[in-house]
Design a binder for this molecule. Structure first.
Ligand code: HEM
Length: 133
């Protein structure tokens, strides 16, 4: 939060959940009552699936810097972690079920753009199981 409300932090753009930030305590009763909740900057979300952390999609090697276009397609079309066939499914709230309807050109354009972004080194933590909240 800045002086005028929520603000983008340009130097962290596209880098996902900041690995050096401790995860706040989760109100698991609200989750049992059907609620999901976001962390303070919307890069982590807790819900019935546990807790997910937004991926690093900056151009760094810890992001999509070493990815091929095909991997990016697999991530957005098939919802696969790291865009690798056979890897785990991407968790909510990553809306790949909607994004898979984008045209090949749109997905390629997003990928080409992300490759031009400032590399931000950040290894995003693994998701947590509901039992770990
Ligand atoms: C055009 C917009 C978006 C693009 C191109 C995009 C791309 C990606 C990619 C490529 C990954 C996989 C990262 C990896 O495997 O290392 C990812 C993960 C993720 N994204 Fe997105 N994303 C977009 C929008 C969103 C939105 C709107 C949300 C939340 C409301 C979101 C939340 C997440 C989360 C939580 C993950 C991690 C999921 C997991 O670990 O299972 N993304 N995103």
């Amino acid at each position: 939060m800045g002086a005028h409300g929520p603000e983008i932090i340009p130097e962290l753009r596209f880098s996902g959940y900041p690995a050096d930030r401790p995860v706040g305590k989760v109100d698991t009763n609200s989750i049992k009552n059907g609620w999901s909740m976001f962390g303070p900057d919307f890069t982590n979300t807790a819900g019935m699936w546990g807790m997910s952390f937004a991926g690093n999609i900056s151009s760094d090697e810890t992001g999509i810097g070493n990815w091929t276009e095909e991997q990016f397609m697999t991530a957005l079309r098939k919802g696969k972690y790291k865009g690798l066939e056979g890897s785990r499914d991407l968790l909510p709230p990553m809306p790949w079920i909607v994004y898979k309807n984008m045209s090949d050109d749109d997905i390629r354009s997003i990928f080409a753009y992300l490759k031009t972004t400032k590399p931000v080194r950040n290894i995003v933590p693994a998701p947590k199981l509901p039992s770990e909240l």
